[in-house]
Design a protein around this ligand. Sequence first.
Ligand SMILES: Nc1ncnc2c1ncn2[C@@H]1O[C@H](COP(=O)(O)OP(=O)(O)OP(=O)(O)O)[C@@H](O)[C@H]1O
Ligand SMILES: [Mg+2]
Length: 401
Amino acid sequence: MAENGAGTILIADDEPNIRRVLEAAFAKDGYTVLTAENGRKALDIVAVEPNIDVLMSDLIMPDMNGVELLEAVREINPSMSVLMITAHGTIKSAVDAMRLGAFDYITKPFDMDEIKVVVKKALERRHLINENQDLRQQLKSRYKFDNIVGSSGRMQEVYKIVERVASSRASVLIRGESGTGKELIARALHYNSNRAAMPFVPVVCVALSEQLLESELFGHEKGSFTGAIGQKPGRFEMAHKGTLFLDEIGDIPGNVQMKLLRVLQEREFERVGGLKTIKVDVRVVTATNQNLETAVKEGKFREDLFYRLQVVQINLPPLRERKEDIPALVEHFIGKYARDNGSDIKFASPEALETMLQYNWPGNVRQLENTVERAIVLADPDAQLITPDLLPIEVQTHKGS
Ligand SMILES: Nc1ncnc2c1ncn2[C@@H]1O[C@H](COP(=O)(O)OP(=O)(O)OP(=O)(O)O)[C@@H](O)[C@H]1O
Ligand SMILES: [Mg+2]
């Protein structure tokens, strides 16, 4: 890779000699080499130069140290490989830097051959991530918005907020009745963000006991409670650099609420039964169909946590408030289910559509989706249209809302 000049390296070190030696060695091997004499200058270069593959940074520099530089670079270019250069006495900080996402560290005085091997590895990692990103990019375009149907004014407002906040780390609370598409929007936030190449980790918060939920989110150490046989990393660790989606957030117990607040504030936590503090960079998206304000008033939900979670709120309208989207949704779901069921149905009849427009859809888009699927399954094998008789009785009679 290096031989054919494929790599760009940025060297940040306040010692001119080190910059000179490294620059000469890597330039000779065909790399493009940029240098900066402190963290701030390095950051300026990163901000305008998108093609840097590897950053080699001294750990201790005036102005902005290596760790601060690393954190800032992560925000701008998460796939860049960062190597820390460190004197022997500061290995502990180098290890801390790795926990924050540095790829490796090199100790001073250094051995040139060793550095070259490490840089080569860092480059390989960067190329892998890029390939992966291309794949995710395709996924993202699928996720962009074209799997989300609806061009009503209410949905346009939602898309606008999603686009505007996707790439920030601000916590987003998605509210809406059951079946309005909260999870779909959570995924759209992730796949439209600069975290798209990193994991999207969903957790449904109901249905787990307090102890299991805590261990699910934060992980546990061996023997920390009955049944904790081995050590296990939690969802927060898995979502590092990505997005954690906490569904049904209104149901989490007080103890977990407190721990969650701390991660949101300090970006760190300990595993259950663990002493080691773990740092994470996670974007938290939550969803609820409950009235959290009421839960706060009743003392069931921490007010401070509520405010932390809803830095940005996205309110998904119930389907009955955007009925103009029903025809497009029906067509979308026919497309989704007809082929799977070997059906030739392409449309709903005008009467069937009118019936569906009259109905109030308490179960929202999910109920509409189930209704279309059911109609396709029930229809005669040679049917061309969804007719009113294929709709559930409550839809035909406009009841159930
Ligand atoms: N705008 C939309 N376009 C296409 N499909 C949608 C849309 N909104 C929802 N759906 C579909 O409806 C179903 C329910 O959506 P989703 O699971 O995101 O809802 P939810 O709000 O999370 O529901 P719940 O509160 O019950 O968990 C999914 O199959 C989803 O793909
Ligand atoms: Mg959901």
